[in-house]
Design a protein around this ligand. Structure first.
Ligand code: NAD
Ligand code: 0WE
Length: 260
């Protein structure tokens, strides 16, 4: 019997088969979860639909998290299809590409607000709208990155957004704990996804990560999926408000002489 047998959930953030959300979806499905998927726009729908169908998804719906009406419509459909849900996975981030390069100081007001709206507020908005549907014992999961805690060159406004996302995890966990609902984040090491492609210097960062991390390798979407499985299952029933590093140990290291 699977660890998630009988559990139902939503996964937001699959763009293609390289997405971290897809690694998570496969792990949760393998252990018996029934999953609904969302996409933004027709181009991504053509990518997401076949992947979701591969896992027998009973729900595939649009949801641009910047629009409350789309979030509300998603929750209406979710209630029709699943009744209540036990899992909510948020794997969404966005900032202007030109602000993920050069000094953080160049961040514009509009770029700051965009990054915060898509990458931070969306979690709170989704949890708020999903709240009436969340079953006791439900688990909510989001994705963060070490740039929230330490300065990673060029991560810039996304680092500030991830710091706010990590704080959101703690406040949401405090609000929902009395209903036996848990909220956690995984801080993943760098992975070659759509969101990482086209980032200036990502290749070099990815390579030096594997040289410096204690386990001397990069992490995969399967690694993140397996950690997500634990955080979404009752095996982690006393864990909430936490940031779990799935990064081959990179974050425990100081700056090496070669890097400084
Ligand atoms: P990805 O490009 O596969 O996924 C990002 C997703 O965000 C896409 O599916 C995109 O459609 C979605 N998105 C963007 N704007 C949206 C909006 N307005 N409404 C709804 N969805 C929207 O890339 P990924 O690397 O799998 O990213 C998933 C999460 O993992 C992000 O939060 C990212 O910050 C985080 N993360 C990534 C890495 C990495 O190195 N790739 C490391 C740590 C954390
Ligand atoms: O969270 C992320 C990436 C988030 C992201 C990526 C893009 C690229 C395309 C947000 N917005 C956009 N906007 C786009 O137009 N990661 C953890 C991956 C990542 O991004 C970096 C990194 C790492 C690691 C940017 C600079 C430095 C390191």
């Amino acid at each position: 019997m699977g660890l998630l047998e009988g559990k139902r959930g939503l996964i937001l953030g699959v763009a293609n088969d390289h997405s971290i959300a897809w690694g998570i979806a496969q792990a949760l499905h393998r252990e018996g979860a029934q999953l609904g998927f969302t996409y933004v726009g027709e181009a991504l729908e053509r990518r997401v639909r076949p992947l979701a169908e591969q896992l027998g998804a009973p729900l595939i719906a649009p949801c641009d998290v910047n629009h409350d009406a789309e979030i509300a419509a998603l929750m209406t459909r979710t209630q029709e299809v699943f009744g209540q849900i036990d899992l909510l996975v948020h794997a969404i981030a966005f900032a202007n590409k030109d602000e993920l390069n050069g000094p953080y100081l160049r961040t514009t007001r509009a770029g700051f607000l965009l990054a915060m709206e898509v990458s931070v507020y969306s979690l709170t908005a989704l949890v708020k709208a999903a709240e009436p549907l969340l079953a006791p014992g439900a688990a909510i999961l989001t994705l963060t990155y070490h740039g929230a805690q330490k300065v990673i060159p060029n991560y810039n406004v996304m680092g500030v957004a991830k710091a706010a996302l990590e704080a959101s995890v703690r406040y949401l966990a405090a609000d929902l704990g009395p209903r036996e609902i848990r909220v956690n984040a995984i801080s993943a090491g760098p992975i070659r996804t759509l969101a990482a492609s086209g980032i200036a210097g990502f290749r070099a960062l990815h390579r030096s990560f594997a040289e410096q991390a204690p386990l001397r390798r990069n992490v995969t979407i399967e690694d993140v999926g397996n950690a997500a499985l634990w955080l979404c299952s009752d095996l982690s029933r006393s864990v909430t408000g936490e940031i779990l590093y799935v990064d081959a140990g990179f974050n425990i290291m100081g700056l090496s002489s070669a890097e400084s």
